[in-house]
Design a protein around this ligand. Sequence first.
Ligand code: MN
Ligand code: MN
Length: 490
Amino acid sequence: MLFMLAIISLLSDQVFLTPVQNNALFQYINDHQSEYIQRLKNWVAIESDSSDPSKRDQVQLMMEMTKDYILKMGGHVEMAEIGEQEYSPGIKLPLPPVILAQIGNDTNKPTVCFYGHMDVQPAKKEDGWKTEPYTLVEENGNLFGRGTSDDKGQILALLHGVESLKKIGLPVNVKFVIEGMEEVGSQGLEKLVEDKKNTFFSDVDYIVVTDTPWLSKKPGITYGARGNCYFYLEVEGARRDLHSGGFGGTVYEAMSDLIYLLGQLADVKGKILIPGIYDDVLPLTEQEKELYKNLEFNLDDLKADTGAKQFLHDTKEEILMYRWRYPSLSIHGIEGAFSGSGTKTVIPAKVIAKFSIRQVPNMNPSVVEKQVTDYLESKFSERKSPNKIKVTMVIGAQPWLANMNDPLYVAAQKAVKKVFNTDADMIRAGGTIPIAKSFEEILGKTVMLLGIGGPEDAPHGQNEKISKHNYIEGTKLYGSFLQEIANAWP
Ligand code: MN
Ligand code: MN
């Protein structure tokens, strides 16, 4: 009988250990919801718009408030100075310090380092907001206000998750890198990470970026992003702008050459015509193909949202693959071309087209640069125009792709399952996330993007919001994720 009881208690320990832990965590978070929303309200009220020099003191204040809160949680905080910003020639502004914080330093535990930002995009009521952008308003289960989704709400959910976990026993060491200049290009951050590689970052095992949306209402974990090779194509014809009455029919026109060349870049279905451009694209594996099947993504919603009658591809899978794992080419504009209203009979002397290629693993920007330049030069020489062309690649941001079988990803998937009772969507970003690639390259650690933004949060637009569900359940997600990371630690 005793023997039986011993077995039962042993079994029950094993079966119930994790749920009991989580009930305590979830219960604690549920009990503190209104406090979490109040804190978001206080943080949203700070106009930490990093693009506006007159608001720089607000960004500084926001960094101080964040520091104070981490100190209150029992953390250690360093405010790392990163110098000044040359805002415009002769005008220098102080860059807000970057928070480098730590909670726990047990060498037997893994150390997870989170990244996020406290600055926001500009917002004014007259831009078309229904409510005051810097006043948090709760309506129909949503929390409206600038920064609720990008990124104050996500960082607060993380901090609250860690704080809750601390009450029942923090099973990991946690570090935070929180900056105040993300919305204007993270100036000084990459250098700071390099400088601190052997100090602050030396014991970091994993990097998690807390600044991303999901693809749908289903939680998403982001494991890749496309890069960007941005080109200028310049055609120079006459010494000055000419009148078409006097010179139309006389000169080789720069604009005609440019339009011809732009027309050679891709076909009507978006296929890039530059030889070799697809050579280094990673082949699609069966395992990867499977992932796309379960993604929740509605093409009709996308049509309604964009107003597009038809897309380049017919299925959800193809649309997402061409957004995430294949390169694309877009033409953005022409500098020097007449673009005003009305009629003007000018022949522009010099025009510069702007186009970019979103490139993917394992494409290399310097190879792309050569392929594009060689192709345009050969197409131009076939045309036998006496004008001059110049191809320049002005941005060469690399793509990023993580190994989603890494324990970091497995832990996040388990946490999603536990909190939301569904499998996570494994997603990528069609745009570029330079910080993910920088962290990976400089520190050599696995990087993951685990955010809690919803697909309709409008992070840079009017009426930015986060749903209360995402905010509160997201808090549980961060707490559970850290428990799972600890469970997987050898
Ligand atoms: Mn952001
Ligand atoms: Mn943003």
